[in-house]
Structures are given as C-alpha cells and as structure tokens.
Write a protein that binds this ligand. Structure first.
Ligand code: SF4
Length: 377
C-alpha cells in the first residue's frame, strides 16, 4: 500500500499565523495544474505499489475548480484508492461544488474550521465565518460525505476556557467523524509573531494551553472519539488512513511544489517555489533534493512518529534498531541511561502489558522533550 499527496499551494489570502508554503498568485492555478498532471504522469509508478490513499492538501485545494480536481484524480487513477481526502476552506464550499468533487472521487473532506467564534477567526486572519463553517459541514453531509474531518485550533489569543469548551461542543454537534486539533504556534516571520512581539496580542499561558488540550482529550473521549495520534481524534474506523501511513513508514509520493516523498528509505522533496516547480516540470529538469535515511535516522524517526500515536512503540518487537549499542533489554530502543525507565517513573510514559511505551496525558504536554531524550546520535 502506498499514499499519494498532491500539494495545491494557492490561498486567497494569508492567515496571520501561517508559515506553510502557499501563494496568493491565483492567476497561476491552471498552469500549475498542468504541471501537476505532468508530474503525476512522470511519477505514478514510483511507489512501486498500488496507491491506496490520496490526499489533496495545501494551501487551499478548494481554490481549484471541481473540474481541475476531477482532472487530477483522473490522472492519478483512483481504482485502488480507499481513501481520497481533500482539504477545503469553508468559505469556498457550495452545494454544487461539493456534489461535483464527490462525483470526481473525493470521499473524505477535511474542512479548515479552526473556530466557531467569528472574533477569533478574524483575529487569526481566517477568511470564513462561523456560519459558513456550520453551513459547509451541513452541505457536505447533504452532498453525501460521510467521512468528514474538521480542523480546530486552541490557545488562540483572547480565547478563554469557556470559549474553547463551546468550540468543542459546537464541533460535536456537527456529527463529524474526525477532528484534528492544534495549539496555535507563533512561527518566526509570521504576522502573528510580529503582533505578539509588538504587544498587540498576548499569547495564552502554557498552563491554560495544557488545560485546553486536556479538556479536549477528555471531552472527545467521552463523546466516543479515539485519541489515536497526538493531534487527531476519530470515531472508531475513521482514523485517517493517509496520515497514518506517514506515521507507520508506508511509502508515499508527493506531487506539486514543496511536496515531500518517502520511498525506499529515501526522502525527497520538490522545490517550494512556484516558478522553479512549473518551469522544472515544463523543461523536464526539475531538481528534487533527496536524502537517504541512515539506520540512526530511521530509528529516530520511528521514535518520533511512534510516540505521537496511541500505539506507541514496541520495546520488544520494534523492527528498527540503531546501528550502535542496541540495548538487549529493550530489543532496539536505546536506554543507555535508563531514560525509558525514568520517564515511566515520572509518569510521562507508560509501559503497556504487551510491552509498548506510550506517552501519558502528562507526557503529551512535553512530548517533544521526551522524543529528544529518546533519540540517538
Ligand atoms: S488557508 Fe492554510 S495554507 Fe492558506 S494561509 Fe491559511 S493556514 Fe496557510
């Protein structure tokens, strides 16, 4: 099984917190789609396995017409694909558009709602309203979509615990199957970081941010959602297959400007610049940088990705071993200094009966430092 990702980098305007690769040069869309079609044609067989999941992400893929989406999916070929996801902005969605992309083959929608509060949406520079978000989900359901994910954000400036709890309840009223949830990050160079630095906005304190995350996990669990990855929650059977393939080492081919691929322990990526990408495809001289992952890289990646999931990492059966000094007690996970035992003792990791280590709720608050501690050099 392999995955295929298509990056559509166009956005009507930039959200204030965004540091993803995207562009507002909407007039380049058709030219870009033609380059994407050419790249699909060039690389369709690269994964060496049938494509089981397709993910059209961005940017804002719903800035393309339904016909452009249909053409892209037709070029990929969807006969083996079980899950075909498209990211959308609620402000772009109409009933007609949703019916058309469903007919084109999209069977899972990811809708970037972020918040059901207009004042918070405005504050972070989103261009849709709460009413548009609610209508978008209803229209999608009426169009026949029965696998819908929404994105939510917490730790937004001025967001109180009450406002956050109301957002969670609004999300649950939508009868959707999947929720991806991210705390706001102040990335260098973004407008929001600048606003923080000039004192125009005040970030939420860390303690409140952690409480918001805990409330989210607790409420969604009560509502029947599985917390299957640090930022992702799904009703049983609705875990994102495509994203899961990133976490479990399945090969994937990334198409489009800035898209990353991972095939045969080699990671490669396209230039994240529209002209370099389109011209490279047109002139058949696209420069894709790549790196071969070493055993140590694979081991570290295994830790980094595994600990983000509720499955955690097998300490007895882990298939990847570091090149140097594998610890015989943990069959692959280095624990030279008793780090795993210490982290378990501190209540940050727990060892399951079938000998997996999994981050605890307390551990999820400091997951990056746990991962760094467990990585090897
Ligand atoms: S819609 Fe997404 S990709 Fe586009 S600017 Fe906003 S956050 Fe960034």
């Amino acid at each position: 099984m392999a995955g295929l990702y298509v990056h559509i980098p166009f956005c009507k305007r930039r959200c204030l917190y965004c540091d993803f690769f995207s562009t507002t040069l909407l007039e380049r869309r058709e030219e870009y789609v033609q380059a994407v079609l050419q790249e699909i044609n060039n690389r369709r067989e690269e994964a060496g396995e049938p494509i089981r999941t397709i993910y059209i992400g961005g940017g804002t893929p719903s800035m393309l017409t339904a016909e452009q989406i249909r053409t892209i999916l037709a070029a990929i070929g969807t006969k083996d694909a079980k899950e075909i996801t498209m990211e959308t902005n609620p402000g772009d969605l109409t009933s007609e558009y949703l019916h058309a992309i469903r007919r084109a083959g999209i069977n899972r929608l990811s809708i970037g709602i972020q918040s059901f509060k207009d004042e918070l949406l405005q504050l972070i520079g989103r261009r849709h309203t709460a009413t548009q978000a609610i209508n978008a989900v209803h229209m999608a359901q009426e169009a026949g979509f029965d696998n819908i994910s929404i994105d939510l954000m917490y730790a937004l400036p001025t967001q109180t615990m009450t406002l956050w709890e109301e957002d969670i309840e609004s999300a649950l009223r939508m009868n959707i199957q999947h929720i991806s949830c991210y705390g706001l990050m102040y990335e260098d160079g973004t407008a929001l970081s600048h606003m923080r630095d000039t004192g125009d906005i005040e970030p939420i304190d860390e303690d409140t941010e952690n409480k918001m995350y805990d409330v989210l996990c607790c409420r969604l669990k009560q509502a029947g959602f599985t917390h299957y990855e640090v930022s992702n929650f799904a009703l049983p059977g609705y875990e994102a297959k495509h994203n899961s393939s990133y976490w479990n080492g399945t090969p994937y081919v990334g198409i489009g400007a800035g898209a990353h691929s991972y095939v045969g322990h080699t990671r490669s990526w396209n230039p994240n610049e529209i002209d370099a990408y389109i011209n490279g495809i047109k002139q058949s001289n696209l420069v894709r940088e790549s790196e071969q992952l070493s055993d140590t890289d694979l081991y570290n990646e295994h830790i980094m990705l595994g600990l983000r999931t509720c499955q955690g990492i097998y300490v007895d059966k882990t298939p990847i071993k570091p090149r140097q000094n594998p610890d015989p007690l943990t069959s692959g996970l280095r624990d030279d200094n008793g780090t795993i035992a210490r982290l378990c003792g501190e209540g940050l990791l727990r060892l399951t009966e079938d000998r997996r280590i999994v981050a605890t709720q307390k551990g999820l608050h400091v997951l990056n430092s746990i991962i760094t501690e467990l990585m090897t050099e």
